[in-house]
Design a protein around this ligand. Structure first.
Ligand code: HEM
Length: 234
């Protein structure tokens, strides 16, 4: 029962759950659904920020304004005030969704809302990567990285219909980890960007190159150079 004295996530789950099958399923969710997806989201975010230093500076400016210069993030409430950071994360995953496409199979004959008849066993694929690049959905600037498209005039984040942005799926089978995923992405990005300068170590390709797989993984990874920032006077 050594886990009772530990504070890591697994030990905390083990203290609160008696059902081993449930415990196994939660652990598999965290590892399979929650690890590579967040890593993928962070990789493309850092790639885009390296190519758009103005967006990176705006993220740091917003953090200094909301949290105070050289002050750490201390609460969930503060995180909710970081509208530009949230917009940058959403915009990055619009262009580079961690799950680029996913398929479902019809259990029975069915008719889609547009009238298409589907036979039992038909495979239907939804494709967030393609949808993020369709002009009819996102407008003529759909290929540009513009966090501002997610902000209202007063600077507040404005969410989109999840069926237009199915990066986390939509409807009944929406990602169960969506909120924790956003929290992880924003916390990691913010703490690294405020403390370090991150530059690409290789000449950037015009687009990212992925390895085949369910989760978008960069072939060859994303080599970067990291330098500690000098602490600015408060
Ligand atoms: C940026 C990160 C993430 C993205 C983009 C993402 C995306 C998705 C998508 C698209 C699905 C639906 C798959 C399908 O079509 O069936 C899904 C399902 C799921 N995700 Fe995530 N996910 C992320 C992070 C996480 C995290 C951190 C967790 C858990 C800690 C998690 C747990 C789950 C679970 C349990 C499901 C299955 C839900 C169900 O089938 O009812 N995800 N996710």
């Amino acid at each position: 029962m050594g886990f009772l004295t530990h504070n890591d996530l697994l030990s905390r789950f083990m203290c609160t759950v008696n059902d081993e099958t449930y415990l196994r399923d939660v652990v598999i969710s965290f590892l399979l659904a929650g690890r590579d997806t967040v890593a993928s989201g962070l990789t493309s975010l850092f790639w885009l920020l390296a190519k758009h230093p103005n967006v990176e500076s705006e993220i740091r400016r917003e953090a200094d304004r909301v949290l105070g210069k050289n002050q750490e993030l201390t609460s969930f409430g503060e995180m909710k005030e970081l509208h530009y950071l949230q917009a940058a994360v959403y915009e990055s995953m619009r262009l580079y969704p961690p799950i680029q496409f996913d398929s479902k199979f019809c259990v029975d004959d069915d008719i889609l809302p547009d009238g298409s008849l589907l036979r039992r066993g038909t495979r239907v694929t939804y494709h967030p990567y393609a949808m993020g690049r369709i002009e009819e959905i996102w407008g003529p600037d759909c290929l540009e990285f513009k966090p501002e498209r997610w902000l209202k005039d007063d600077g507040d984040f404005s969410p989109e219909n999840p069926f237009k942005y199915p990066v986390f799926q939509a409807g009944f089978r929406v990602c169960l980890g969506k909120e924790i995923a956003l929290l992880e992405l924003k916390s990691v990005a913010l703490s690294l960007l405020r403390r370090f300068q991150i530059q690409l170590a290789t000449r950037p390709h015009p687009t990212l190159r992925f390895s085949p797989g369910l989760t978008a993984t960069l072939s060859g990874g994303l080599p970067v150079l990291i330098r500690e920032r000098e602490v600015a006077p408060a």
